[in-house]
Design a protein around this ligand. Structure first.
Ligand SMILES: [Zn+2]
Length: 462
């Protein structure tokens, strides 16, 4: 399998550290507000990556963090903690805010059929690990102390700007407005921040350097190596992480162990709305629950994401979501009770695409080519279910809003499914009058019911 490695800016042949095993670390959510579709896009992409690895025969260990402390606004080392800010806005404690949005995040995972990571770890549950790692970096001579915390001296790491192709001279020139004058270099970043003397923070811990809280970047290095080892296979994140967050993670790995902790770094592009990255100002800040309230199936959003390449992102609109939902329902309508054989030729083509740096749009084209081919209906459905291990559209368990019309399953309004179910029940109770009444109701809504000895057939009235 080939994947694009940000470190070399090239597609590389993937080689795992241990045979048939792959460790993946994904930068997870900061749990201070509701995740929106832009946030969730990234997790769909990395879920697909984890699924592909499984499909190709690897044992996958997928680790994701939950940032519940230390992420300051503007991703810098100054300003308010996002969690404390959320706490003030909602009148809840930071711990309650963290719990509330972590739960919401997990609900989003379910709605989008994203597999639960093997480990979903919280920064606040790993304070000791972060302190130990800072101690290591300190012992290796990469840190210094100033008034508000312990900082990483980026000038000690010669390759600091290499990963993101940073022009450090330019950064130095532009840093005259630097807020923190005590920092030795503008790119230096906090490993441990001291609690301010002026106000009491809700989240703070004892440390060898004084009471405070970890900087945002240290948690990812600490937790990735805790669960995956000092060198692991793949680290993922959004492309906005390249310049600061991941550059700093690499520096921390170098400071602690003398090497990059991840062999492959993968980055997703963004969902845009009206040509802009989704934000409050662009107006596309929908949550999955907003889409649900508008009558969409969350999996239609997943289907839409599959139509994009993770390094290109996708332009979101409600119209294109509608188109995605129609296509998804079309796939569901192929459902048949008897399974045939997985077609080897199409499977080979499918694997070629997914193994080419997650070429999902091309893989979806293979899906449709197969569905429109002259394979038998049974073989099509079997092959589709096989592919769905990667797609994650949960086709195996479609029940809701699907009934058998004539010979194939079709998606109908929920109301119709309910009426059919209700009618089945009253017939079991031998309530023929009610059964007849329901048949009339269905007929008026455009569905003809034909009863026979022990089954009933439903047809759409054209
Ligand atoms: Zn991270």
């Amino acid at each position: 399998m080939k994947i694009y490695n940000t470190t070399t800016r090239q597609k590389e042949e993937f080689e795992s550290i241990k045979e048939n095993e792959v460790g993946i670390y994904s930068c997870g959510p900061t749990v201070y507000s509701s995740p929106h579709i832009g946030n969730m896009y990234a997790y769909i992409c990395w879920d697909v990556l984890a699924r592909i690895k499984k499909y190709l025969g690897y044992n996958v260990n997928w680790v994701m963090n939950v940032t519940d402390v230390g992420h300051l606004v503007n991703d810098s080392d100054d300003g308010e903690d996002k969690m404390e800010k959320g706490s003030k806005q909602e009148g809840l404690s930071v711990w309650e805010i963290a719990k509330k949005y972590e739960n919401e995040f997990e609900e989003n995972l379910k709605e989008l059929n994203i597999q639960h990571p093997n480990v979903l770890c919280k920064a606040t549950d790993n304070i000791k690990e972060q302190i130990d790692l800072i101690k290591k970096i300190e012992a290796n001579g990469f840190t210094y102390k100033i008034t508000d915390g312990i900082y990483f001296d980026t000038s000690k790491f010669a390759d600091y700007g290499k990963f993101a192709n940073l022009n450090l001279d330019k950064i130095r020139e532009g840093a005259r407005v630097e807020v923190n004058e005590e920092k030795k270099n503008p790119t230096d970043f906090a490993l441990w921040k001291f609690s301010p003397t002026s106000e009491k923070r809700q989240m703070e811990w004892e440390s060898p350097w004084g009471v405070g809280f970890p900087g945002w970047h240290i948690e990812c290095t600490a937790m990735s190596i805790k669960y995956l080892g000092e060198t692991f296979d793949i680290h993922t994140g959004g492309e906005d992480h390249i310049n600061i967050h991941h550059t700093n993670e690499i520096a921390q790995g170098y400071g602690a162990f003398g090497h990059n902790t991840a062999n492959y770094w993968m980055h997703n592009a963004f969902i845009t709305f009206k040509g802009e990255k989704i934000s409050k100002s662009s107006g596309g800040l929908f949550t999955i629950f907003d889409l649900k309230n508008k009558g969409f199936d969350p999996l239609a959003y997943r289907y839409m994401a599959l139509g994009s390449h993770y390094r290109k992102g996708i332009e979101f609109s409600l119209e294109s979501l509608k188109t995605a939902e129609i296509a998804l329902n079309k796939l569901r309508s192929y459902k048949i009770d008897s399974l045939g054989k997985v077609d080897k030729t199409y499977k080979k083509e499918f694997i070629e695409k997914i193994s080419d740096d997650l070429a999902m749009p091309e893989a979806m084209a293979i899906v449709w080519k197969m569905m429109k081919s002259d394979l038998s209906t049974e073989d099509k459905w079997a092959t589709l279910l096989d592919f769905d291990q990667v797609l994650g559209l949960n086709l195996k368990s479609i029940k809701t809003n699907t009934i058998k019309l004539g010979l194939s399953y079709e998606v109908v309004p929920k109301e119709i499914v309910d009426l059919v179910e209700q009618r089945k029940k009253v017939r079991e109770e031998k309530n023929w009058a009610e059964s007849d009444r329901l048949r009339e109701v269905l007929k008026n809504k455009g569905y003809l019911v034909e009863d026979s000895q022990n089954s009933c057939k439903i047809h759409k009235i054209r």
